[in-house]
Design a protein around this ligand. Sequence first.
Ligand code: PEP
Ligand code: MG
Length: 589
Amino acid sequence: MKPNESPETSASFTLQGAGVSGGIAIGHAHLVSTARLEVAHYEIPSHEIDAEVARFDRAIAQVEGELSALQANVPPGAPLEMKAILNLHAMLLKDSALSAVPRELIRNRRCNAEWALTQQLDYLVAQFEEMEDPYLRERKQDVVQVVERVLAAMLGTGHAPAAPSHEEDLIVVAHDLSPADMILFKQHRYAGFVTDLGGVTSHTAILARSLALPAIVGLHHARGMIREGETLIVDGREGVLIVNPGERVLAEYRERARRIESEREKLKRLRSSRSATLDGVPVELLANIELPQDVEEAAEAGAMGIGLFRSEFLFLNRDDLPSEDEQFEAYRKVADAMHGRPVTIRTLDLGADKSINGADRGGPNPALGLRAIRFCLAEPQMFLTQLRAILRASRYGKIRLLIPMLAHAHEVEQTLAAVRQAREMLDDQRIPYDHRIQIGGMIEVPAAALSLPYFLKKLDFLSIGTNDLIQYTLAIDRTDDTVAHLYNPLHPAVLQLIAQTIRRAKRAGTPVAVCGEMAGDSMMTRLLLGFGLREFSMHPAQLLAIKNEVLRTRIMEIEKAAARVTREHDPVRARALLDKLNAWERGRD
Ligand code: PEP
Ligand code: MG
């Protein structure tokens, strides 16, 4: 729907998307926009519409003035592009798409100027993203920058929005949210969120799981159909969003939410119990974290270590790169908090949906582009800075280095050479570090899984990234909801790659873990145990549910059934076999 079409009325209706994070949230819609998470949305009374339009016009005029002043003052030696960019920004500002359409929106929708402008921005950004020409596509960034200038000009000149509800009562409704936006959510206490775009293993969805927030992605037109303040029910298990529910429906969902909460409470009792199967096989349960402060939640859930620290999140939402010292402090903090238990720091996995402020998304097909280790090897100084910081922190605990997205032998060689170089630099400066630090690789590209003997020979441990392994095996962009229906962890190709990687690693005596979302999905626990997996890494919020599965499983009885699932080509029958495997011992309990 274009932003100037009018929204639905307040009748009750239901939308179906992909549930990405368990639980049920009941609250009021809070509409946010891509440009700025903080842009408020409020209604303008009819008699104030002209004044609101005038406020918008004043902001446009102010930015026009700012840009001409900048154009007039470009220093003589400045690069030519600087002038070209300022000219382009001035032109964009004059274009009716930015200077006229928002005025219509203010009048037609009776909304505040900031909101009208960001609605139009989202529409334009979507148009730019569809452009074939990569140069034109990248001009999207210029539009965003111009809009942000206008928003800044309006700052402080608006009406106060209607008294906001408590955050705990708000459900964020967005067209799309980036992983960087989600990290900002950690500072809030929203009840849940829903987005039009996104797939179930996008980093945005992964972060929702880590926040233990009920969430739904891939709702297509939800943001255009929902109004600020409307009552919403988010069923994150079933992917169902109910807008303006009636009293009976509300009562039913309140009861379901209460039951889920009491299940969670019961699980807390497992926190200190030993993690082993019914036949006494120990299973290590570790935590995935994004930021150093997440380590507290990991310890709280009883994690035996950190199996995946997605270090790139230290690099998001800022204009500069974190220095070596800043990174060192962050890694040391995690090592200290884990008191000698393993802390697996994954080197930067930037690119695709996670980019540093201002950088583009890395080529025409970012998931297949300069991402993760490819990006690090192309930016050796940045990589060395990180490696030095990790090595320096290694003397404060049991730190392990994990390298993402390896596919080629030369990438392994170059990475090991970079680690050697970082070590030599520290040796020269007599800076201590753990000389026995282990270096592991993520198996998340089918090429790596299929040429495992090489990786086994060169690396100390492996960690299977099922999110990317599924994305790359099935050729589906994990952030694209239009292909989300093709996402199938039970596809025999996926299961065979996982089972075979575990089997071969064990045979070679190399420790192997799974750290993708599959490790935190209790439906998959027995299957992975049946494949021989004994190390799982997941978000702390999922850890006790997985322990519960481990405690109810007898390995001897599930191995054959697990192998049977990998041979099944029909997705419905594969799911039925999995259900049988999961129900089997439960029935005997
Ligand atoms: C994975 O790909 O499964 C993984 C754990 O890494 P990420 O989700 O950060 O890409
Ligand atoms: Mg990955």
